[in-house]
Design a binder for this molecule. Structure first.
Ligand SMILES: O=c1[nH]cnc2c1ncn2[C@H]1C[C@H](O)[C@@H](CO)O1
Ligand SMILES: [Zn+2]
Length: 345
């Protein structure tokens, strides 16, 4: 059951992806080539047989199981060359789905295993993004992730490093990783430091833990956006606050079902939240791990939730509002989205 939107139109719609992890979006062919060049062992030697190890097959029992997929790629993401290349290729993949703007995120400390410094890691990442932007015309910015299972002391260093790149493509910081057992408050000091530097932030919350985690992110830490936030409806007062303050929710529908943030499409609250006036955005999370792209995410909106084209335009304009960009850049992006939709409708 859909809303009658022609699938070929979906691919051509102008899109924005605000929640996209670098290490979850490595092309299998690229992993094969990097592993070969660096003498790393992989469980398979061709794309078809490697893919099942890189992506979730069907649903996962939990977020922790989903996160285990990242162990395979991280050893091949420890050099300046590999980070730059993978960042470039993420922009390339976004261009294939007519994305106009993307925010790509990466956990800088996960890439120190072969001796790179935090600054070298971030430098390679933003260089790849800007080279991708120059080649494909997709505006691409970086978000640096603090891991919730890392010590706050280590995350303070990540914030300091991210702040040094604020003029070179880093627009925000994030908190990701296993949610259950690692409440946002553990990293209060870390995000206070981000605020001191004028670095906005988003926090993964309400994916594998409930409304308490979102409460910590919103009320205690003062987050600018919420990564996922699917379980917000468990606390009506908090939901009302998030709505009134126009705090954006970065929904990633395909990933959200895989990690069991919602058990199935019937209970997935995207239509309900959108209709209640929450600032819903739609994103991919992990292109390879979730086997997704922005066209597939929009197809979910039409197939399961009867979103119309004007409603999808509203979702993209929500993303413009939520973007970590300057006012004038947002104005231009807004204009571009409205113009492209007008041409297609
Ligand atoms: O959906 C997610 N929730 C929480 N953490 C995540 C998600 N997708 C990826 N990550 C983690 C695993 C990666 O290694 C890390 C940096 O991208 O962020
Ligand atoms: Zn995420």
């Amino acid at each position: 059951m859909g809303s009658g939107v022609d699938k070929s139109v979906l691919r051509r719609l102008p899109k924005i992806d605000l929640h996209l992890h670098l290490d979850g979006s490595v092309r299998p062919q690229t992993l094969l080539e990097l592993a070969e060049a660096e003498g790393l062992t992989l469980p398979a030697a061709d794309v078809d047989r490697l893919l099942p190890f890189m992506r979730v097959e069907g649903d996962c029992p939990s977020l922790v199981d989903y996160l285990s997929k990242f162990d395979l790629v991280l050893p091949a993401m420890q050099t300046a060359y590999s980070l730059e290349r993978i960042a470039y290729e993420v922009v390339e993949q976004a261009a294939e789905h007519n994305c106009k703007y993307i925010e790509v995120r990466m956990g800088a400390r996960l890439h120190l295993q072969k001796g790179l410094s935090l600054d070298e890691v971030i430098e390679s990442f933003v260089t790849g993004l800007s080279r991708g932007e120059a080649t494909y015309g997709v505006k691409a910015r970086g978000i640096i992730i603090c891991m919730r299972n890392h010590a706050p002391q280590d995350n303070l260093e990540v914030i300091e490093a991210a702040a040094r790149f604020m003029e070179r493509g880093v627009v925000a910081v994030d908190l990701a990783g296993p949610e259950d057992g690692y409440p946002p408050e553990l990293h209060q000091e870390v995000f206070d430091l981000a605020k001191k530097h004028g670095l906005p932030f988003t926090i993964h919350a309400g994916e594998a833990a409930g409304a308490d985690s979102i409460y910590g992110a919103v009320v205690k830490l003062g987050t600018n956006r919420i990564g996922h936030g699917v379980r917000l409806k468990e606390d009506r007062d908090l939901l009302e606050r998030v709505r009134a303050e126009r705090i954006p929710l970065e929904f990633c529908p395909i990933s959200n079902i895989q990690t069991k943030a919602s058990t199935n499409w019937e209970t997935y609250p995207i239509r309900e939240y959108f209709d209640q006036g929450l600032l819903i955005t739609v994103n991919t999370d992990n292109l390879t791990v979730s086997d997704t792209n922005m066209t597939k995410e929009l197809a979910v909106l039409t197939d399961h939730f009867q979103f119309t084209l004007p409603e999808m335009e509203q979702i993209m304009l929500n993303s413009v509002e939520a973007a970590f960009l300057e006012k004038e850049e947002k104005r231009q992006l807004h204009e571009e989205i409205v113009k492209s939709f007008a041409e297609l409708l």
